[in-house]
Design a protein around this ligand. Structure first.
Ligand code: ATP
Length: 307
């Protein structure tokens, strides 16, 4: 166990840093294969996704034996539905996503996809069926085309354009100096947070997984970008089983089920309509806070317009 907490080398440190930030995991697994904590069981089989139903059954997990990060977490996401995780910082939302991607194994309890315990399936098959749209996507120092195509290297050019269109990023790409051949990343054109998230959506669109993990952007986006992203997300999550860390009202209102996660436990669950009825609840308080913030932003916009 101790070994897990001691950075052995630069890659170890970098790996853990990336893990904690929940950035593009699939990409990272290609880069740091040797650093995986979890191993395939000797008799592991390929995951067979029939519906894409996800179930957490009494899941407990700790990063550090002295502090439990998740305590008896149970919920089900039926085929094609969207479950939103909300709650205070450090509550355990990202941990739930990381466990479903099998970054770590549960301490007790089980995570099932269509009835199969994810510890019994090959990791490659698990990750092939799960698309990740992180908050902050890492781009390769390569062309924008390459960065989208990465989602499915067997896709043809037209499929890449189609995915970019659906992700509401195609028109923007056409304004870049060399269109799809424009180099992006650290050494190329720097994309904004909203643009990067749309690249991640386009990639995921190409990958076409039945299950999607989404970590919404927390940073404030302008209204147009926000609308474009929302549009792209609605498109991509339609009919796919989706688990989303929600920071914005729009997602929350439309989710099939909302789970409020606090101190590693699910403290409330229900639809938006149900949860706002509970005026003593965590969700009600978050909702009121968000409304007040939105009103403030709206008021400051109107003031600027009036000047
Ligand atoms: P946020 O909204 O701020 O992203 P969260 O609800 O996603 O928070 P988690 O990141 O899941 O919360 O964290 C749950 C708990 O686990 C926190 O107490 C956090 O400090 C701890 N934790 C998270 N990642 C690690 C890690 N890699 N090593 C040790 N502890 C961790």
């Amino acid at each position: 166990i101790g070994q897990l907490y001691t950075p052995l080398n630069f890659f170890g440190t970098y790996y853990r840093l990336i893990q904690s930030n929940f950035i593009d995991m699939e990409q990272m697994f290609d880069l740091f294969k040797q650093e995986q904590n979890v191993k395939d069981a000797p008799d592991a089989t390929d995951l067979k996704v029939t519906e894409g139903t996800v179930t957490f059954e009494n899941v407990c997990f700790s990063y550090d034996p002295r502090q439990q990060a998740l305590k008896n977490v149970s919920f089900t996401i039926p085929q094609g539905k969207t479950v939103a995780l909300v709650g205070p910082s450090g509550g355990g939302k990202s941990t739930i996503l990381r466990l479903l991607f099998r970054f770590y194994d549960v301490e007790s309890g089980r995570i099932l996809i269509d009835g199969q315990d994810i510890r019994q399936v090959k990791q490659e098959s698990l990750r092939r069926n799960i698309g990740v749209v992180p908050q902050d996507t890492v781009l390769f120092n390569d062309t924008i085309f390459y960065n989208i195509h990465y989602g499915n290297v067997n896709a043809n050019e037209n499929e890449v354009y189609k995915a970019a269109k659906a992700a509401q990023i195609h028109d923007r790409i056409l304004t870049f100096p060399d269109g799809y051949e424009t180099r992006v990343g650290e050494r190329g054109l720097r994309l904004s947070g909203g643009e990067k998230q749309r690249v991640a959506i386009a990639r995921t669109m190409l990958k076409d997984p039945q299950i999607i993990l989404l970590d919404e952007a927390t940073s404030a986006l302008d209204t147009t970008t926000e609308r474009q992203i929302q549009h792209a997300l609605t498109y991509i999550t339609k009919d796919r089983t989706t688990l989303v860390i929600a920071h914005r009202l729009s997602t929350i209102v439309n989710a099939d089920l909302i789970l409020a996660v606090k101190d590693g436990r699910i403290v409330e669950s229900g639809t938006h309509r149900e949860l706002i009825e509970n005026v003593d609840g965590v969700y009600y308080e978050m909702w009121q806070k968000q409304l007040a913030e939105d009103q403030k932003i709206e008021a400051s916009k109107n003031n600027t317009d009036a000047e």
